[in-house]
Ligand binder design. Structure first.
Ligand SMILES: [Fe+2]
Length: 251
């Protein structure tokens, strides 16, 4: 199994993914930059088994029909994606395993609501180990998705605690956007002594692939310990998460 990350040229900093199995099938996630995706598919000479949307926001589904027609592939999404009224050929259930022909490694569907209620993530496994989380707008490098358009921050908190926090440190984080630099600046605004965040910021925005272990250091939304705010208030748990989300909205 291989995962190709594509920095889409669409003006929204979107990241598209192609999950390539050894047996000649692949999955296309949140297609936007169809030309770059097509290049990968030609290079690897694979057939697209499905186009999968992490959620129904426009920048994640805009390339659906073009990709579906060009690659002769169905569109898959979570059942709650019905709310967006767009074409979906098959609905994926929480904990469903997706098989790619001839591929021993697995792709597991995880319902990860909060940014939107239909949001799903894909946990790619290698043998018995979790390897990568394709997480759309649920989890970003050093941040999480906003909840402005069909979401709920309390639900997102539950998703982060139940799905993301228990993951192994080495699991790669493959988000739907690159907001690394602004998110690191947010972390440093509340934790000026965060050396891991400072180092990454100095490297610029080339570091797109982090892992859960690094996120635990630089992503305040994964924090399990209390955090003291500049106004003196100290919060933890859901209260901390909700205040961070609210503060990030205005930051
Ligand atoms: Fe989104």
């Amino acid at each position: 199994m291989e995962i190709k990350q594509i920095d889409a040229r669409g003006g929204w900093d979107n990241l598209n993914y192609v999950v390539i199995g050894k047996g000649g099938e692949c999955l296309v996630i949140d297609p936007l930059d169809i030309d770059q995706i097509d290049k990968v598919i030609r290079e690897y000479r694979v057939k697209v088994k499905a186009v999968i949307n992490t959620h129904g926001h426009l920048d994640h589904i805009q390339g659906n029909l073009e990709a579906s027609q060009k690659f002769d592939a169905p569109i898959w999404a979570h059942p709650l994606a019905k709310q967006w009224g767009t074409k979906v050929d098959h609905y994926l259930q929480d904990r469903e395993m997706i098989d790619l022909a001839g591929e021993a490694d697995g792709v597991e569907v995880l319902h990860t609501p909060g940014h939107t209620m239909d949001h799903l993530s894909l946990l790619v496994t290698r043998g018995p180990d979790s390897w990568a989380l394709i997480c759309g707008d649920t989890l970003f490098n050093a941040g999480v998705g906003n909840c402005h358009n069909g979401g709920d921050p309390a639900v997102l908190y539950d998703t982060i605690q139940k799905i993301v926090v228990p993951l192994d440190d080495k699991v790669e984080v493959l988000p739907g956007h690159n907001y690394l630099v602004s998110n690191l600046s947010f972390t440093l605004s509340l934790e000026p002594g965060n050396m891991a965040a400072q180092q990454l910021l100095e490297q610029g925005d080339d570091q797109l692939v982090s892992n859960i272990g690094l996120e635990r250091k630089i992503n305040l939304f994964l924090r399990q310990a209390p955090l003291k705010f500049p106004d003196g208030e100290q919060l933890d748990g859901q209260e901390l998460f909700l205040r961070l989300r609210e503060q990030r909205n205005r930051w």
